[in-house]
Design a protein around this ligand. Structure first.
Ligand code: NAD
Ligand code: MG
Length: 387
């Protein structure tokens, strides 16, 4: 099987690498990363990739040096990422973080590849476009988010029309039981420490604000086509049940597993088969207790914002995601406080909603990218007034 991994040096990328390195039937086409060229080069040598791409032109020389004598092609920059996505592959992992992951995944669909989609931003910003592109080229998108992989697995052999509701779980993040006063003072160090999952910095902070869950509610809607009212979120601090699907007869099918993304990645890699995976097996007696609580909309407004965005449809998802990415940049840079992130996103959407193109249907990558840019500029302008 020919595989490519976009975002190979990240958290999902490393877990994917771990699974690929265990197999002997893999032909690696492209691996991409950012500034971590040493690691990218080491992965490329192990998997004997055809081509490696760093997203940054400035890292080209270092990557070239690191691969000297290997015979592996080296390239750099945004266009090189897209070109790499156009190389024929059977299975493509989309694990770049943020809206930057959209274009390479989109291109991979156009050549009919199976897209293992960890980059949830692709569905949030351009869901209808991505699903149409997959259908047009006979390509398949397989979800690589623990909740969505769980829903996907719970639906195997079921009639989608018999689904009443879907429940995705949220750990609640590090601030689950913090008061508003405490949240107002939450630091970057505290926000980037997740109680259960080891993930990249950005998604970890998004888990603390519940923006990650907000993106995932939209992702559920776009991927599976459920109505917003059918999609529920429950806080489950142990992160053992990833999602549940409720059927019209009242049955709830739950998917359980340890918090290890190699399950969802491996499921997408082996689909439609199941194969041995190096994930821990659950000891339920030792876990003893699984608990649940309703998310608090006052301390964590992100879920309410996601509902509003789903009502608006069109390019609202792209604006929401872009504003959230700016808010995150500002928080990481120390220019915004924790609670200001949701406020910045809300104010950006409010401001853009006076402009009709926010709700225009998503028909082309270009309009999504234009809305992304417009929302970033709008959010930065608001942020500079707040700071
Ligand atoms: P990460 O920050 O650990 O890794 C991101 C990867 O993308 C790195 O290889 C980095 O070099 C590359 N990258 C970053 N910015 C880029 C840009 N502008 N252009 C090109 N490449 C760029 O992120 P992660 O935690 O692995 O998450 C990746 C994606 O998977 C995200 O969309 C995230 O929401 C999703 N996801 C992650 C997890 C998880 O457990 N980490 C779970 C579910 C979904
Ligand atoms: Mg998830």
């Amino acid at each position: 099987m020919r595989v490519s991994v976009f975002g190979a040096t990240g958290s999902i990328g490393e877990s994917t690498f771990d699974l690929l390195a265990r197999r002997d039937d893999i032909e690696t086409v492209a691996l991409t990363g950012g500034r971590n060229v040493e690691r990218l080069a080491a992965q490329a040598r192990t998997l004997r990739a055809q081509i490696v791409v760093t997203a940054h032109d400035a890292c080209y020389a270092a990557l070239k040096d690191a691969l000297a004598g290997s015979g592996i092609e080296v390239a750099a920059g945004t266009q090189a990422l897209i070109d790499a996505a156009e190389r024929r592959a059977d299975w493509v992992m989309s694990a770049i973080v943020g809206a930057a992951g959209l274009a390479p995944g989109f291109r991979a669909l156009a050549q009919g590849a199976t897209l293992a989609l960890a980059n949830k931003e692709s569905l949030v910003t351009a869901g209808p476009l991505l699903m149409r592109e997959a259908a047009r080229h006979g390509a398949r998108i397989l979800p690589v988010d623990s909740e969505h992989s769980a829903v996907f697995q719970a639906l195997v052999g079921e009639d989608a029309a018999a689904v009443e509701r879907v429940i995705i779980t949220a750990s609640g993040g590090p601030f689950r039981d913090w008061t508003l006063a405490q949240l107002a003072r939450a630091t970057l160090a505290q926000a980037q420490t997740h109680p259960n999952w080891a993930m990249g910095q950005r998604i970890t902070i998004d888990s603390a604000t519940l923006f990650n869950k907000a993106l995932e509610v939209i992702e559920t809607r776009e991927y599976f086509g459920f109505e917003p009212a059918q999609i529920e979120v429950v806080v489950h601090p142990q992160s053992i049940i990833h999602a549940l699907v409720g059927f019209r007869d009242g049955a709830l099918m739950a998917h359980l597993g340890p918090p290890d993304m190699r399950h969802a990645i491996g499921y997408a890699l082996n689909w439609p088969d199941r194969a041995d995976l190096p994930v821990a097996r659950l000891d339920l007696a030792q876990l003893a207790e699984l608990t649940f609580e309703a998310p608090d909309p006052v301390r964590f407004p992100a879920l309410r914002l996601a509902r509003e965005v789903m009502e608006m449809r069109g390019h609202a998802g792209a604006a929401f995601n872009a504003a959230k990415e700016v808010a995150l940049d500002e928080f990481i840079a120390g220019r915004l406080r924790f609670l200001d992130m949701a406020q910045l996103v809300e104010r950006t959407i409010d401001q853009l909603s006076t402009d009709s193109c926010l709700t225009d249907p998503v028909e082309a990558l270009e309009t999504v990218e234009a809305m992304d840019q417009m929302a970033r500029e709008c959010a930065r302008a608001i942020a500079s007034r707040v700071a």
